[in-house]
Design a protein around this ligand. Structure first.
Ligand code: G1P
Length: 297
């Protein structure tokens, strides 16, 4: 029986240059999908999976992200006086118990592997999750929860996986698939951003991981690879090379790449259409806007 996963690492030190100028003064993770910052989706997913300890790997200029999880007593008092209990309820989901979040700083952008390694002292000898908030996954049962349940049976390390178009494989970590058992696959190898035409499969790693503490050890030994960066994928591949189990898990759900503008817009539309308070008005707008564009062509 695998040990319960209670800690999650959120690498949030990136500069978000793809969203400039907005990210000149706002961390990318605070950009809003409908009315909630990107990071809130990841936190809610982590909580649903039983995570109680949240470790943020941050960098300079990320104060807004740290403040976001603090209570705002003045605002709460004003809402209470005005009897706005619905808004107080919305705020409650953003509050974190004292001590539930820890922040560690990554002093230099050296890659995802390095960012996760920065959290090593806060993890200790237990399995832990890594969540990349750019990957937003809409699912009936939250993705990390699906993985935690599957991991209880497999142990070892596990990555979320999804088939991608062959011409997109070089943007991802790609699994070399061994045994394929439906949602679960055994990884025979893993390669970060393979050169076009060289990917071992079309099964890509998506930003949800459950890792053994051994991966942290591996992280201290890896050398820069794809993009000249220290890659998490390489540290996980070392587990496979050492004969320890690594599984890919094909999750149920729709993944949006909110690290790109097109993906962020698609997520915005999908999440707005899923909201009972917005669905009708926004859906009608989209239908009219699309019809007008088609007519103009
Ligand atoms: C990171 C990982 C990559 C993974 C991807 C998923 O890459 O390094 O293995 O496939 O996230 O979103 P990035 O998108 O940060 O370049």
């Amino acid at each position: 029986m695998a040990r319960r996963v209670t800690k999650a690492v959120f690498p949030v030190a990136g500069m978000g240059t793809r969203f400039l100028p907005a990210t000149k003064s706002i961390p990318k993770e605070i950009l809003t999908l409908v009315d909630r910052p990107l990071i809130q989706y990841a936190i809610d997913e982590a909580r649903a999976a039983g995570i109680t300890d949240f470790i943020f790997v941050t960098a300079r200029g990320k104060y807004a992200l740290e403040d976001y999880f603090d209570r705002v007593p003045e605002l709460e008092a004003t809402l209470r006086r005005a009897g706005k209990n619905d808004l107080l309820e919305i705020l409650r989901a953003t509050n974190m118990e004292s001590g539930a979040i820890a922040y560690v700083r990554q002093h230099k952008a050296m890659g995802l592997g390095h960012a996760v390694w920065c959290a090593r002292r806060l993890i200790g000898d237990e399995p832990f999750a890594v969540m990349l908030p750019d990957d937003v996954i809409a699912a009936e049962k939250p993705c990390l929860q699906q993985m935690v349940e599957a991991h209880a049976g497999t142990g070892g390390s596990m990555v979320a996986a999804m088939e991608v178009a062959p011409d997109k494989a070089s943007a991802y970590g790609i699994l070399d698939v061994g045994e394929d058992k439906g949602p679960l696959v055994t990884a025979r190898g893993m390669v970060e951003k393979p050169a076009p035409g060289t990917a071992p499969s079309n099964l890509a790693v998506i930003g949800r991981y459950i890792l053994t503490p051994q991966v942290l050890e591996n992280l201290s030994r890896i050398k820069p690879s794809a993009g000249g960066e220290l890659q998490l994928t390489d540290a996980i591949a070392m587990e496979i090379a050492a004969g320890r189990p690594v599984h890919g898990f094909r999750f149920h759900g729709e993944r949006f790449d909110c690290g790109s503008k097109a993906g962020f817009l698609q997520a915005t539309v999908a999440f707005a259409l899923a909201r009972p308070d917005l669905r009708d008005e926004f859906g009608a707008f989209l239908r009219t806007a699309t019809a007008m564009r088609m007519a103009a062509q």
